[in-house]
Design a binder for this molecule. Structure first.
Ligand SMILES: Cc1cc2nc3c(=O)[nH]c(=O)nc-3n(C[C@H](O)[C@H](O)[C@H](O)COP(=O)(O)OP(=O)(O)OC[C@H]3O[C@@H](n4cnc5c(N)ncnc54)[C@H](O)[C@@H]3O)c2cc1C
Length: 431
């Protein structure tokens, strides 16, 4: 059978499914991309706000995102990324601090003078200190507590990075953080696509279709099974598709719910906990402090970070308003995740006003609040995950897995998803 005759079905129209489908269609394979919701983009998707489209979750491109930038180059969209210098702040115990330069650190009152110097020196050396070490089997807490000392770990690092993985952050492999520091080493410069992420998503769809692929939305997959070397995909309306290859980009817990008993028994046995996220978008009549990213520590808020998106994307994208995201990563079973979005919007708006009262923010400055949640953002990685990581190919089945669990130790991002898509397409096209 030739590559051109083979049919691949890709489940999930997030960046991983889009990039995989783009690669396979370009290689001449027959591709059908199935997205359950009525929109493509997955976690990078958007919603209509007034007469424009706005991302539900804050997103930016890093200068080190080589896989993503390579893909955008192929689509003719690389020049659509607008790069800007961005700044970081830190709010600790309600007090605001800039956090960008050596001078900022020397003036950073939450730490004593010696810890400030130690923090700066270790942070500069951290990438080098991790080289050649087995950080995959080293607990983040053990590594960072040892290097920075108890005070910095407990007062700053545990709450700051722990917000991503919850209370078990200290147990996550130190390798994850080390990789993250690598991705964000050029942290001052960030990119945002002209026309928003929708322009990238539209570009991918156009490319897939122009290479003969089929992109379908509002088609939730209800069941998948494998019969010999063929895959059988049943959609919610009972339509059945058959394929030579099935690529699933949906998270492993979701896929387990879709697989029939026979296929489920062949899936990786590892049960990973996943973090979800709650995001509130504040459309403001005025700017805040000019810091793109501000971790919020022990300041009486339910959210633990603030992203001043307009510092990167400008205000034109939001009809002259300043867009600010507030976020909290949390388990999908938590009380916060289950809470009604309107209640979260009202409470977080009050907390935002209190947090920025010092610069004169009032409730009247908030024109609109929108709340979005996502149940599966990324797994909470266990120690030694490199050896337990599920393989992409599910043995003796036509199924390939391309999920956020497969990008480890890279940070979950559009860039790492595109890298994973490249690997999956490489397997299927024998590139
Ligand atoms: C708050 C937040 C901020 C982030 N910031 C950044 C950032 O600044 N830069 C960056 O690069 N990345 C960022 N990310 C990470 C990035 O969004 C993800 O890593 C990436 O989008 C994952 O893509 P994916 O295709 O693997 O999964 P997803 O985007 O989750 O896509 C999976 C798709 O599968 C679909 N699906 C599920 N079930 C079914 C079914 N039964 N049938 C059919 N379809 C189904 C879903 O609807 C979804 O569209 C952020 C994520 C979050 C949540």
């Amino acid at each position: 059978m030739t590559a051109t005759a083979r049919h691949a079905v890709v489940i999930g129209g997030g960046i991983c499914g889009l990039a995989t489908s783009h690669r396979l269609a370009r290689a001449g394979m027959r591709v059908t991309l199935l997205e359950g919701s009525d929109q493509l983009g997955g976690l990078g998707t958007f919603f209509p706000w007034r007469d424009r489209w706005v991302e539900r979750f804050y997103h930016c491109v890093m200068p080190t995102d080589d896989n993503l930038l390579g893909l955008l180059g192929e689509l003719g969209l690389r020049d659509a990324i607008r790069w800007r210098p961005t700044r970081m702040g830190m709010i600790v115990d309600g007090a605001h601090h800039p956090f960008n330069s050596a001078l900022d650190l020397l003036r950073f009152r939450p730490l004593g003078p010696l810890d400030r110097i130690r923090f700066g020196a270790i942070s500069l050396l951290l990438r080098r200190l991790g080289k050649g070490r087995d950080l995959d089997t080293t607990r983040t807490e053990d590594w960072l507590r040892g290097l920075y000392g108890d005070k910095v770990w407990e007062d700053l690092l545990a709450p700051m990075f722990g917000s991503k993985f919850g209370p078990s952050f200290g147990n996550v492999p130190a390798l994850y953080l080390w990789q993250r520091l690598g991705r964000e080493r050029n942290v001052a410069t960030r990119g945002y696509p002209e026309g928003g992420y929708k322009s990238l998503i539209d570009g991918l769809r156009t490319s897939i279709e122009s290479h003969g692929g089929t992109v379908r939305t509002s088609v939730p997959v209800r069941q998948v099974s494998a019969e010999g070397d063929r895959a059988r995909i049943t959609l919610a309306d009972n339509e059945i598709l058959e394929a030579d290859h099935l690529v699933s980009t949906v998270s492993l817990p979701l896929l387990r719910g879709l697989a029939d008993a026979d296929l489920a028994a062949r899936l990786p046995g590892l049960r990973l906990p996943y973090q979800g996220v709650v995001n509130a978008l504040f459309f403001l009549r005025r700017p805040l402090t000019g810091h793109y990213w501000t971790p919020v520590l022990r300041s009486g808020t339910d959210f633990d970070g603030v992203i001043e998106m307009s510092e990167l994307a400008g205000v034109e994208a939001y009809g002259g308003r300043h867009l600010v995201y507030a976020m909290r990563y949390t388990d999908r079973e938590s009380a916060l995740y289950r809470e009604d979005g309107d209640a979260i919007a009202a409470r977080w708006a009050g907390q935002l006003v209190d947090l920025y009262a010092g610069i004169g923010l009032t409730a009247e400055d908030i024109e609109d609040v929108q709340v979005f949640k996502a149940p599966f953002v990324e797994p909470v990685y266990p120690l030694g995950f490199l050896t337990h990581q599920p393989p992409i190919e599910v043995a003796e089945t036509p199924l390939l897995l391309a999920t956020t669990a497969h990008v480890y130790p890279e940070v979950t991002s559009w860039n790492s998803s595109v890298g994973l898509a490249n690997r999956v397409a490489g397997i299927l096209t024998n590139a």
